[in-house]
Ligand binder design. Structure first.
Ligand SMILES: Nc1nc2c(ncn2[C@@H]2O[C@H](COP(=O)(O)OP(=O)(O)O)[C@@H](O)[C@H]2O)c(=O)[nH]1
Ligand SMILES: [Mg+2]
Length: 353
């Protein structure tokens, strides 16, 4: 039941649900997009862009754009779509092409549009296969550089699982990289769920990523005794091998999701373990959310950036990722968090005109 306080301010002050946009470019990008749409459904708006008719017919994206094989993608329609967006997540493969052009060229154009529209622009990329060797890896690095100038953050995931077992069918091994990248995208977009006890807000994400530099995004899950610590270790173990380590980042968001079974002591132990491996001056922001369906499992998401790049300037907008009140109402209705929620909402409205 919403608390009286909320009823009183409903519609007027509470921010609307954020607009989360996902674009899938090429076959890898569309695989990632499908993973995201499958998990988040109508919470995201999605567009698949590709040359491959059958692939476009199967996608779960709500909109599709066919690119002629000889090129000539018209982006102006997407510009209008991005107006008023909070997050634009552009998914693709670093070494794939869209028609004659590298996918990264189109991705970079979309990243610039998204940033101009005031959205947090995030690229989610899959690197070439380790099997392909040095030349392809270097080509991928060039594409990454193209993207880094256009986005607030570029997250790169390995093309295949790091420990591909030789017995794994090739099709499964090739699908593993983009699927894992897509699941990381889900975790990123779910950061500020409506089940939050301690909120992670969009402004926190901006603050972590706006300093630029290489960024990391990883998730891990643990179960049973010391589930939080296991989840934390798993998240560290799942870091992309060529990306920054936890010790490299200046800003880090730590999101912990669990059922109410998680004990403060366990959370404390997991955070102590994490902090032991971090930069001494890291700015750590913790989010905690309640997910009864997790039972005795704990899920951890880490988002960080080195903060060594070109500063991206001020946070463009202050808005909650999502707001809700599923937890029991507080004993003290006018406690500070509620006031700050209303303040954020007002700022968001002001920034929106
Ligand atoms: N992990 C993974 N990488 C892929 C897959 N398909 C393509 N790639 C990567 O993307 C590169 C270009 O893909 P390809 O399909 O040959 O060319 P396209 O015409 O540009 O899509 C390949 O060299 C791989 O590095 C896939 O199914 N899984
Ligand atoms: Mg392809």
């Amino acid at each position: 039941m919403p608390h009286d306080f909320f009823v009183q301010f409903a519609d007027d002050v509470l921010p609307e649900v954020p607009r989360l946009l996902v674009v899938g470019l090429g076959s890898l990008g569309i695989t990632m997009l499908d993973e995201i749409v499958e998990a988040l459904g109508a919470r995201v708006e999605s567009v698949a862009v590709g040359c491959d008719g059958p692939r476009l017919r199967e996608t779960k994206a709500s909109e599709r754009i066919v690119v002629p094989r000889r090129g000539g993608l018209e982006l102006s329609g997407l510009q209008g779509w991005m107006a008023g967006a909070d997050v634009a997540l552009v998914c693709g493969g670093l070494t794939e092409r869209l028609g004659p052009e590298p996918t990264a060229v189109t991705a970079a154009a979309l990243g610039r549009l998204a940033r101009r529209a005031g959205a947090l622009a995030v690229a989610l990329e899959v690197s070439p296969l380790a099997l392909e060797g040095e030349r392809q890896r270097a080509w991928g690095e060039e594409q990454r550089a193209t993207l880094e100038s256009a986005f607030d953050a570029v997250f790169v995931f390995p093309g295949e699982l790091a420990n591909v077992e030789s017995e794994l069918p090739v099709a499964d091994a090739l699908a593993a990289g983009p699927r894992a990248a897509g699941r990381a995208g889900v975790a990123l977009l779910e950061l500020g769920g409506d089940d939050a006890l301690v909120n992670v807000e969009l402004s926190d994400l901006h603050a972590v990523l706006r300093g630029g530099g290489r960024a990391l995004l990883t998730t891990g899950e643990g179960q049973g005794r010391e589930a939080a610590l296991t989840a934390m270790r798993a998240a560290q173990g799942a870091l992309a091998p060529q990306g920054p380590t936890l010790g490299d980042v200046q800003g880090l968001l730590v999101q912990v999701a669990s059922s109410s079974a998680l004990k403060l002591r366990e959370l404390q132990a997991a955070l102590e373990w994490l902090k032991a491996g971090l930069h001494p001056e890291v700015h750590l922001k913790l989010g905690v959310s309640l997910r009864p369906e997790l039972d005795d499992r704990v899920r951890v998401t880490l988002v960080g950036a080195e903060g060594t790049g070109q500063s991206r300037g001020p946070v463009p907008r202050v808005r909650q990722l999502e707001l809700g009140w599923d937890a029991p109402p507080p004993a003290e209705p006018l406690a500070l968090p509620l006031a700050s929620v209303a303040f954020d909402a007002l700022l968001g409205r002001a920034a929106n005109g």
